[in-house]
Structure formats: C-alpha cells, structure tokens
Write a protein that binds this ligand. Structure first.
Ligand code: ZN
Length: 804
C-alpha cells in the first residue's frame, strides 16, 4: 500500500513537472498564457472608442438583423414557441446568433448592461427550447421534421450529419455555439448556454468518432469550440473529439475545405481561407495541449507558406473570390483581392496561438499588421457597415453593406472587436510579454506576483510608449517588450515585402530615465530585473514614412510602392485627390513624404502627403504626364467611409504600371446607355483590356443573372461620327460562373430614327479570350448599338467595346 501510495505521488509530481498546472484541466496547454481582455482596461483613443461603438452600434444592429431576417424566429419555431417554416437562405444562419451572443458576452464584461444580459437570457431560452431532447440543435431539420420533412434545406442531408462533410454546416453551427457558451458562462457565471452546449457536444461525441460515424466538418470551427469546452470543464472527451475531427480529415476529400490531405501532412495553405485559418487554429490548440510534434510541424510549414507567399501587405489573405480562398503562390491581385474579413480574424486567431506556442515576435508582427489594416477595413467608422471582401484597389465598385445574406463577417466583427484588449499582454511564471502598444490599465499575475501595469501610448500615430509597473512584491521577472519588425527594417517576416531603403533611426528603451542593457531574444527586448513599485519604462519606436516594395513575383505590384508608417498601411482615396481619380496617378518615387495628424478627418487620423502626376492616354496610344500635384494618403483601413470611389494601396511609380485616364476616343466621349444599367457600365469604354475572358482584376459589365434574350448597349455621340470599325471583348467566367460568350451579336446604327444593321462582308464571330473585330461600310451616325443574344442557360458580359 505504502509503495503504491508513494508511486502515485511520484506520478502526480512527474505529471505536474511535465505539463505544469493550468486552470481546471490540470494538464498541458500553451506554454505562454494570454492575459484575458477582462484584466485589461483600454484608455486609448484608437481602440477604446471602437470597442464602445461595437457595443452600442454593431451588437444591437446585428441582433436586430437576426430578428428581422428570421434567424431568431427559427429557434422559436423549432422550440414550439411559434409556428411557421424555416426562414432564411442558409442552414448555417443559426451560427450568426451564436457568434453575436459570444460578442455580447465579451462586451458585457466591459460594459455591464442589464438589458442586454436579460435579452441574452431570453435568446438562450429560445435556443434551449429549439434543442431536441437528445441534444441535437439545427433549426432547419427540426422545423422540417415538424412539417413532415418539407422545407429541409437541400444542403442539410436526409439524415443527421450525413452531409456535414460537404454542406450541412451542422458541426459548424455547433462550433460557434460552443465558443459562445464558454464566453457567456465566463461573462455571467450562468450555465444556461453552457449546459445546452454540453448536451449538444455529448450527443456529437455519442454519434461521431472512430468506432462510430466517421465524418469531418465541411466548415471547420468546432475544433476550437471543443477545446474551449474542454478547458471550461476539464472533460478530456471534448479534447479527444476535437483531435478526432482533425485526424479524420483527408486524404481523399476536397482541397476547398482542406480535406485533400491529413492535416498533419499539409504543408501549404489552400482552399477556403476562413475554413483554413479556423483549422490551423484548432491544430495549434492540439499541438499545444497534446505536445504533438506532427501538428506543430504542419502548422509551421503552412504558416510559412502564407507569410512567405500568400499574404497581402495589408495582412489580408485569400486572394480569390471563386473559392473564397488561397490562390497560387504570389498570385495577389489588388482590385479583385478577396481578403474576407473573417479570414483576417481567423488568421489573427492562428498567429496569436502560434505566438503562445513559440514566444516569437514574428507571429505578432502578422497579427498587428492584420489587426490595423485588413481586419479593421472590414468595419466602417460608424460601426454599422461591413466589408466582406477587402480589396486593395477600387474603381468605385466596392461599398460596405449593412448586412449580408451570408452574414459571417458582421457577426465575426461583433465578437472579435471586444476581445482585442486580450491580445496586448501574455505571461509565463517569470515573463510579462508586451505585444501590442495600446494605452491601458491592467492587472496581471506573473506567477504569484500580482502586477498592476499602466501603458501610455498614442499608437498607431506615435511611437512613444510609457509603461509603469506596480508589482505587489518587488520580485524579479522579465519584461519582454516586442520590437516590431517595422522598427528594425523588416516589412514582413520572410521578405515577401521589403522596405525600399533601410532606416538608420533606432528604437530606444530606458528604465527610470536611464539607458539600460538588455538582450533581444525571439524579437523581444528582455528586461530582466527586480521590478519595484513605480518603475517606469520608456520605449520610443521611430515612425518614419516607409516605402515598401513587393517581391517581383507579385505581378500586380510591379513598378509600384506601398506606403507604411508604424503598423499602418496607407492608400490614396478619391476624396483627397484630384477630382476623384487616383488610379491614373504616378507618384514621385524620390519625393519627400510629409505626415501630419488631422483631428477633423475620419475621426482623427495621421495622413501622409507627397507629390505625383495624373497620367492620360493619347489617341496614338502613348501616355502623357499632367502637371505635378499633391497626393494625399490615408490609412487603408479608413477608406470607403466617405462613399464609394477610387482607391489604391500600391502606388505606381512608372507610367507603365499606372492606369492612365482614357484617351478622348469616340467611345470614351459618348454617353453610354444599356438595357440594364449597373455600377460597372462604364467598364465598356474605360480602355482597360483584360488578359483573358475571366480576368477579375479588370472591371466588366454583365447582364447576369438574365439569360436567353437579347440585350444591348448603346453609345450616343456628342456629334455625328463616321464609324467603320468596332471590336468587343467578352466576359466569360466558365466553368464556375454564370456568364459565357454570347450566342450572337450585331451592330446597329441610328439612321434618322430607325436602327439599321451595319453592312459588309463579314461573319459575326464570337471569341473567348480575345477580341472580336468587325469592319463594315462606314456610316455617319449619332448613335451606335451593340445587340447581344444571351445563351439559353447562361448570361453574358463585356469588358470593352471599341468603335472607330
Ligand atoms: Zn465572412
């Protein structure tokens, strides 16, 4: 007995030594622990107002859209509290409600609000009623079953779980439920939603597993959710289920949802980028908790693939809209950049986890870049308009929306913004990491030493940071201050982007006004000492305006520079520059850059001024520079707060890489009319030629979703013109899209008030990936019309229509 007792004590000691003791789980987790946002009170002028607006504007309107679009009613009907059919477009609409509950729970901890708290109670009651007796929760199926199976969504599958690998999103919804449940439990101490989540997770674990139904989620997120349930309860069943959902994935599935290989065999970021980043985050959790080398290796290689080859200068990821995801390496088009807001948030989740695993600043460099640029662009200053894609260039076709049919992005913003203070600090028993520079008051436990900390900064506009420490006990610990890559001449880890010139300005660190000695380890300045009450650390990061150059393999950025100051990427936008045009600009590469803070602009922002030229095409095809003028740049994330219009991040420095103003051709001088007027009608005479019929970097005009009829576009000239030639370039997004080259087309001219066909010896050819030219007997006319016969099943579109 004694020996047994002793050996079990030794076992416990060994377990503690190996795994440490973290929270309720009593086993391993991340070696570095985040400091929760609840311990950090922001006092800054940049994020604090945004978090407040998220609480007062975003969360209430997101809930009201959930009510008005029927998302809440679906729970009421499924729970027998109301009658009717499933309302809405997608079976994953349930997830939006869960995500906003998560955001509201976070928000309640900063802004206590009894009304919101009570609203959540009601909502959670409805969700509980909608949950079936055995724990199943998916309003579409439950409602359909009430109507004898009628109204079952085509994606849902006849039986539970059977289509989850593809389309049903049952497990996706539940992943968001689990995350919301833990957030609500931590915020309020109420178990209501947590109990619903556990009942659901117990059913999933009863139905699905190695010796049961072997399915993996078609859209990942449940992996992270289950890990949170495991941390909240200490029940390993949930952790095992999370690992199962990763291990059961691949190798014979789709690349689109990262099931083409087993996750541990994946080395490249492919497919849908939100699914991908959620999976990578889940993999990091497993790598941390299970100390799983295979997961660790895979996630490291994937991270390098993203950061070295597939990320935009703004931190945006997922270049293409067709798959809402990753393209080939170095394929990073600017105007058609997808960069979904959710993917930015997912990538922040992944990079934060990788930092907690490795303690290296390079992960926070990506996190900070994404946070201040691509993610923040996803929401308007008014906090009630959202971008789904976040392009780096616009001809005015982009505008934030109040809501979307697929509302993943607004609900993701609603839950992400309140949690931002949680990314500032992290700790071990002997280290305090300062990752982000945002003014705040925080209370942090470093081992058993409680430390109050005050950070004063005017980030992101000013590089001066003051940190004052108030430890309960004067004890030794390491203050680990992140030295951002941009402060040491590194535009991005790995060199996909680089600064055009090295800056000789150095950052400085002092303690109590005295310079000190320190080592830089993993990118952190390590200040190891016995810290005393009131010790004051001053850091100054120089913030000169930096010119950024892209790897030459990124075709869209050749001959261009981007402008960065601190973590902020800048853009030229229409209201600040020459009568609304910016895409035709060439900036002077050697010009000086001036920067100033403008309190009245965009709620207060640092702008940058330089000089450049507008360019214009001549009728003979050459490009002229117009007179030199001032070019004003604003932070990229703040664009599109003054209406839609032209914007660009990558600024041409050569005339070859710009998009000059169109030459004054007959087509350009004419007024365009069409059978269907859309925002992109002006594409047909903008003189921008696509590379092929499916080039999404160039604007096109289309009649989608119309099919099987004649449509037309007409040029009205300001005076009668003699015309004898025309050519047209068709849009065709086969095989995936809804447009094809048309069945036929015809050119008509206005003779008196009668439309006559042009005459000549020609067949009307219809060509994909090239021009269709036509020469005809010259006509003198005031209007020319192109008639287009759409295919029976497909619509059509036009890039350019030239007349001579
Ligand atoms: Zn989204």
């Amino acid at each position: 007995m004694k020996d047994q007792f002793r050996s079990s004590i030794i076992l416990v000691l060994i377990t503690l030594l190996i795994y440490g003791c973290n929270g309720k789980t009593g086993s391993a987790d991340y070696p570095i622990q985040p400091v929760p946002f609840t311990s950090v009170k922001l006092t800054d002028n940049f994020w604090a107002p945004r978090i407040k607006k998220n609480a007062s504007v975003t969360i209430p309107i997101a809930f009201s859209f959930c009510e008005s679009t029927g998302r809440v009613k679906n729970f009421e009907v499924a729970g027998g509290l109301d009658t009717g059919k499933f309302v809405g477009i997608y079976p994953f609409d349930d997830s939006d409600v869960f995500k906003i509950i998560e955001g509201a729970s976070f928000s309640l901890q900063t802004f206590p609000d009894p009304k919101l708290d009570a609203y959540l109670d009601t909502l959670i009651y409805k969700i509980g009623m909608a949950q079936e007796d055995d724990g199943y929760l998916y309003t579409n199926r439950t409602i359909a079953e009430m109507h004898g199976g009628k109204g079952l969504h085509a994606w849902a599958g006849k039986n539970r779980w059977e289509l989850d690998t593809v389309l049903s999103h049952e497990l996706y919804n539940l992943g968001h439920l689990y995350e919301a449940a833990v957030a609500h439990y931590q915020a309020t101490g109420k178990r209501t939603l947590l109990d619903i989540a556990l009942k659901s997770a117990n059913l999933v674990s009863k139905d699905i597993g190695w010796d049961k139904l072997k399915v993996y989620p078609g859209h990942q997120v449940i992996e992270m959710g289950l890990v949170k349930l495991y941390r909240a309860t200490g029940d390993k069943k949930y952790l095992n289920l999370a690992k199962f959902f990763l291990d059961v994935r691949g190798p014979n599935g789709e690349q689109y949802n990262q099931a083409h290989k087993k996750p541990i065999d994946q080395t490249e970021a492919v497919g849908h980028s939100v699914r991908a980043t959620y999976m990578y985050s889940g993999m990091a959790d497993i790598a941390a908790i299970e100390k799983d080398e295979a997961y660790l290796n895979a996630i490291t290689k994937i991270w390098e693939d993203i950061v070295y080859r597939k990320i935009y200068i703004t931190g945006g990821i997922g270049a293409t809209g067709g798959n809402e995801g990753f393209a080939d390496p170095f394929v990073l088009p600017n105007m058609s950049a997808y960069c979904e807001t959710c993917a930015s948030i997912g990538d922040i989740f992944t990079n934060h986890r990788l930092f907690l695993l490795h303690g290296e600043t390079k992960y926070i460099d990506i996190l900070e870049k994404t946070l201040y640029n691509s993610m923040l662009s996803g929401v308007s200053l008014s906090a009630d308009r959202f971008f789904y894609p976040n392009p780096l260039e616009s001809d005015g076709q982009h505008q934030r929306s109040a809501w979307f049919g697929c509302a993943c992005c607004p609900s993701n913003v609603a839950r992400f913004i309140p949690a931002i203070p949680g990314y500032i600090y992290a700790v071990t028993d002997k280290d305090l990491f300062i990752n982000l520079f945002i003014s705040n008051d925080a209370v942090i436990n470093i081992g058993k030493n409680k430390v109050n900390i005050t950070q004063n900064a005017n980030f992101p506009w000013d590089g001066k940071v003051e940190v004052v420490l108030f430890p309960e006990k004067n004890k030794k610990f390491s203050l680990q201050i992140r030295i951002p890559g941009w402060a040491v001449n590194e535009a991005i880890p790995g060199g996909l982007y680089r600064f055009a010139e090295n800056s000789s300005e150095k950052y400085t660190i002092s303690v109590n006004d005295q310079p000190i000695e320190y080592e830089v380890k993993n990118g952190f300045a390590e200040l190891k000492r016995k810290w005393e009450n009131g010790d004051r650390v001053e850091i100054e990061f120089p913030m000169p305006v930096r010119k950024v150059i892209a790897d030459e393999r990124i075709k869209d950025d050749i001959g261009k520079i981007a402008i960065q100051r601190g973590p902020i990427i800048y853009c030229a936008e229409w209201p600040d520059n020459n009568s609304g045009n910016v895409l035709d600009l060439v900036v002077n590469q050697d010009a000086s850059f001036r920067t100033e803070y403008v309190p009245a602009l965009l709620d207060g922002t640092q702008i940058i001024k330089t000089t450049g030229f507008q360019t214009i095409k001549n009728l003979n095809g050459t490009i002229d520079k117009l007179t030199e003028e001032q070019v004003t740049l604003i932070p990229y994330a703040l664009w599109n707060n003054r209406g839609p219009g032209q914007m660009m991040v990558w600024l041409p420095v050569t005339t070859e890489s710009t998009r000059p103003l169109p030459a004054p051709t007959v087509a350009f001088r004419s007024k365009i009319r069409a059978s269907k007027v859309t925002k992109t009608l002006s594409a047909v005479n903008d003189q921008i030629e696509p590379e092929n019929s499916n080039d999404h970097s160039v604007l096109y005009y289309h009649w989608w979703p119309d099919t099987n009829k004649w449509e037309w576009i007409q040029y009205d000239f300001d005076k009668p013109e003699k015309i004898s030639k025309t050519k047209v370039y068709w849009f065709d997004d086969s095989p995936g899209g809804g447009c094809r080259i048309p069945d036929e087309w015809e050119i008509l001219y206005l003779s008196g008030n009668i439309w006559m066909p042009v005459k000549g010896k020609f067949p009307y050819k219809v060509t994909k990936d090239g021009w269709d030219s036509l020469q005809f007997q010259s006509v003198t006319t005031s209007s020319l019309k192109i008639k287009v016969k759409l295919n029976k099943e497909f619509s059509a579109g036009i890039y350019e229509w030239i007349v001579k």
